[in-house]
Design a protein around this ligand. Structure first.
Ligand SMILES: [Zn+2]
Length: 116
């Protein structure tokens, strides 16, 4: 059987390979909404019929303490925000970090046990 420390080191290496591209990390989630211009006679905003204009895209970022900042995303930048997986990368990063920390904890215990 392989040395336990070597196994742990190998799984840590695997976890590191799952790390997302850190250069694109963005927090939050992407929302869309329709907006009303309130101009009289606008066929898009007609009461009961029109759906409004849009959708417009919003990056919704949690600041903690139940505060949320909503940052409008220009339509030509929407693809970039979405496609880079930058939003998911943030969650994925936290997940992988937790797992690596757990492996390192095991590794620490193993090293301690193997002391001469
Ligand atoms: Zn309108």
């Amino acid at each position: 059987m392989k040395d336990k420390a070597a196994q742990l080191t190998a799984s840590r290496k695997q976890l590191l390979q799952q790390m997302p591209d850190l250069s694109t990390v963005l927090p939050g989630s992407l929302l869309s909404r329709m907006v009303r211009c309130n101009k009289p006679g606008c066929r898009f905003c007609e009461k009961g019929k029109g759906k409004g204009h849009g959708p417009i895209w919003i990056l919704s970022v949690s600041l903690g303490n139940r505060q949320v900042r909503q940052i409008p995303v220009p339509s030509e930048m929407k693809k970039e925000v979405e496609e880079s997986l930058s939003l998911r990368a943030f969650a994925q990063l936290q997940n992988v970090l937790k797992q690596i920390a757990q492996v390192n904890l095991e590794l620490f215990k193993e090293r301690k046990r193997q002391r001469p």
